[in-house]
Design a protein around this ligand. Structure first.
Ligand code: G1P
Length: 275
């Protein structure tokens, strides 16, 4: 089944400067955990055992986070604080982390293509750690993998978005297939609100079949002059089939300050046991 999850994590995080000057934006914490750890936990819950992370310059803190810190282990062993390391220890032991660097920032499509060397010729998941998701009964990726088992094609997670925000997303045009599942007939990256084909926006969870790599190699730069995953998925939708899945759960846009604060409040309440 799907065993690998790609995490594009090479971006500069300019919206969070100066916080992201020396630390990767994926390492910004929501309460006591870095954003990317929430993504890794969601992938593990979905049965994934290999985390393929696309990094770049200045991102070494991510590799250190998912590794043992012998000095810390030594300091904390046998003290009353040892339990604070238990969660991350067991996470590190339950999967493998692989890394490659994206040398130039040429867009999400380019980041995914950079990951080909880590993924090979098999279907895989993609998590954009900025989009922090909490599934209703099970994680969003787990829901999508269930759907993949049935249809065996690429799947994008979508949600309804207000017209005034639609220009920030990839937007799908669809035909209904079953409850909350749609066949994609067209996709547009960051359309003007009057050109958006629907109010269904793609959020940062994907299941991709490996033919996407060949398509990405042929995909010309699109919106913002970048190689867009959305454009490659549009080609895939026309060549074969791509589904859009309206997931059950919440999503926080932690790439924006408002979304980040909203997620912090939500997870802080959870942390206190109020949710
Ligand atoms: C990326 C994708 C876009 C998607 C969005 C979800 O855009 O290109 O299609 O809707 O993630 O967060 P970005 O937010 O990186 O500009």
């Amino acid at each position: 089944m799907i065993k690998k999850c790609l995490f594009p994590a090479a971006g500069y995080g300019t919206r969070f400067l100066p916080a992201t000057k020396a630390i990767p934006k994926e390492m910004l914490p929501i309460v006591n955990k870095p954003l990317i750890q929430y993504g890794v936990e969601e992938a593990i819950e979905a049965g994934i055992d290999t985390m393929a992370i696309i990094t770049g310059r200045g991102k070494r803190a991510i590799e250190d986070h998912f590794d043992i810190s012998y000095e810390l282990e030594h300091q904390i062993k046998g003290t009353s604080k040892e339990y604070l390391l238990e969660e991350i220890r067991s996470l590190i032991n339950s999967c493998t982390f692989t890394y490659t660097r994206q040398k130039e920032m040429k867009g999400l499509g380019h980041a995914v293509l950079t990951g080909e060397v880590l993924i090979g010729n098999e279907p895989f998941a993609v998590i954009l750690a900025d989009d922090l998701c909490e599934g209703e009964n099970e994680g969003v990726l787990k829901q999508m993998i269930e759907l993949y088992k049935k249809y065996r094609c690429s799947i994008v997670a979508v949600m309804e978005v207000e017209k005034e925000h639609i220009h920030k997303y990839g937007v799908v045009e669809t035909k209904n297939l079953e409850d909350d599942v749609y066949i994609v007939s067209n996709m547009i990256e960051k359309p003007k609100s009057e050109e958006a084909p629907s109010n269904l926006a793609v959020i940062g969870r994907y299941i991709l079949t490996p033919d996407i790599f060949e398509i990405l190699k042929e995909t010309k730069p699109g919106a913002g002059g970048e190689i867009q995953l959305t454009d490659a998925l549009k080609t895939q939708a026309q060549n074969s089939m791509v589904l859009a899945y309206k997931f059950k759960g919440k999503r926080f846009d932690c790439g924006s300050v408002e979304g980040f604060v909203e997620a912090t409040n939500y997870f802080y309440n959870k942390f206190l046991g109020n949710n």
